[in-house]
Design a protein around this ligand. Structure first.
Ligand code: PHE
Length: 336
C-alpha cells in the first residue's frame, strides 16, 4: 500500500492543467468524499499497529501534496484571469486631458467676437522703445500722463522698456499700413505696480483700433455695445468722459451688470454698473505721428484688461491665481 501512495505522490507532483474542469476532477479524485485520501484513511483502521506510524505519515504527506498542488493551480488560474481582464493594448497609465488657461479661453472668445466684424490680429514686441509706447501716442517726454502707467525701464541708450499697453502694437501697425485699418492687439503688458488681489505687475490686454474715412463716435459706441452683448449677454452700456493722451474725446465704458444677487451688489459696489474698458476717438496728433492723413481719416480705439473680464465671467476674486497655475484652479476649466 505504501508503494501505491508513492505512485500517487508522483502523479500529484506531475499534475498540471489550466482547465478548470480538469482541476476540479483532480480535486474530486483526491479530496472528494469517495476520493483517494478518504479511502486511505478508511484503510488506515485495518493497518496493523506497528505499521500505523509509517502509513500515517505517508497519507499525510499525500494529503499535503494535494493541498499544495491545488493551491498552486488556484494561484496560477487567478493570475491568468487577471491578465485576460486587463486590456494589454491600453496605455500604461491614464492620460489626463489638459486644459486651456482661462486667460486664453476668454482672449480667444473676444478675438472671435471682433473677428466676425472684420478685425484682424496684430502682434508686436513686449520689449518696446519710448517712441512706440509713449511718444507716438501723444505722450512726449515730461508729459505728466506718463505717470499714469508705472513703467519698467530696461535701458536708456537705446531706450528700452517693457510695454505698458498694447497700444504700442497699434502704432507699429499704423506705421506700416494705410487705412482702412481694423486690428485687435492682444498681449502681455507690464506695470510696476504692487501685487495684490486686484492688481499685478504682469497682465493681459486686448486693444482695438479702427481707422477709415468718416469713422464716428457712434460707430465706437455701436461696436462696444455689440461686443458686450456677445460676451456678457448684456447690451446696456454707458460711456463716462475720461482722459487718455492718445484719444480725444475719451471715455470709460461701464456695462450694466444688474443687481440680482449678493455678488452683483458686491462687485458693482451696489451701483449695478461695472467698468470694463477705456476708449475714444484717435487723437489726430497720433495719426500725424504715423503719417496718416488726419484730415481724411478718423478712427476709434479701445483697450481692456483680460484678467478683469475673466474675473467677472467666472467670479474669481484674486488676480494672482492666473499666474500661480494651481492645477486645482485650471482643472475647473476642463470642459471649456
Ligand atoms: N491704452 C489704454 C490703457 O492701457 C487703454 C486704451 C486704449 C484707452 C485705447 C483708450 C483707447 O490703459
Amino acid at each position: 500500500m505504501i508503494e501505491r501512495i508513492d505512485e500517487l505522490l508522483v502523479e500529484v507532483e506531475q499534475f498540471s492543467s489550466s482547465a478548470k474542469e480538469e482541476i476540479e476532477q483532480f480535486r474530486i479524485k483526491f479530496n472528494g468524499k469517495k476520493g483517494v485520501l478518504n479511502d486511505f484513511f478508511e484503510k488506515f483502521k485495518e493497518v496493523p499497529n506497528d505499521q500505523k506510524k509509517d502509513f500515517g505519515q505517508k497519507i499525510n504527506s499525500l494529503k499535503q501534496a494535494v493541498a499544495a498542488k491545488l493551491e498552486d493551480l488556484k494561484n496560477a488560474s487567478e493570475g491568468q484571469s487577471n491578465i485576460i481582464k486587463d486590456d494589454l493594448t491600453k496605455p500604461a497609465f491614464p492620460l489626463e486631458l489638459g486644459t486651456r488657461h482661462p486667460i486664453n479661453l476668454v482672449k480667444n472668445r473676444i478675438i472671435e467676437i471682433f473677428r466676425s466684424i472684420g478685425f484682424a490680429i496684430a502682434d508686436g514686441p513686449e520689449i518696446e522703445d519710448d517712441w512706440h509706447n509713449f511718444t507716438a501716442l501723444n505722450l512726449p517726454e515730461y508729459h505728466p500722463a506718463r505717470d499714469m502707467q508705472d513703467t519698467f525701464f530696461i535701458d536708456t541708450n537705446p531706450d528700452t522698456l517693457l510695454r505698458t499697453h498694447t497700444s504700442s502694437v497699434q502704432v507699429r501697425y499704423m506705421e506700416e499700413n494705410q487705412p482702412p485699418i481694423r486690428i485687435l492687439s492682444p498681449g502681455r503688458v507690464f506695470r510696476n505696480e504692487a501685487i495684490s488681489s486686484r492688481s499685478h505687475c504682469i497682465f493681459h490686454q486686448i486693444e482695438g483700433l479702427y481707422i477709415d474715412e468718416n469713422v464716428s463716435f457712434a460707430d465706437l459706441k455701436q461696436t462696444i455695445q455689440y461686443f458686450t452683448t456677445e460676451l456678457f449677454g448684456k447690451s446696456k452700456i454707458r460711456m463716462r468722459p475720461s482722459y487718455f493722451p492718445f484719444t480725444e474725446p475719451s471715455a470709460e465704458v461701464d456695462v450694466y451688470w444688474g443687481l440680482n444677487s449678493e455678488t452683483d451688489y458686491r462687485i458693482t459696489k451696489g451701483t449695478g454698473w461695472l467698468e470694463i474698458m477705456g476708449c475714444g476717438m484717435v487723437d489726430p496728433a497720433v495719426l500725424k505721428n504715423v503719417n496718416i492723413d488726419a484730415d481724411k481719416y478718423s478712427g476709434f480705439a479701445f483697450g481692456m484688461g483680460i484678467e478683469r473680464i475673466v474675473m467677472l465671467l467666472y467670479q474669481m476674486s484674486d488676480i494672482r491665481m492666473f499666474f500661480e497655475n494651481d492645477v486645482r484652479m485650471l482643472n475647473q476649466f476642463k470642459s471649456l
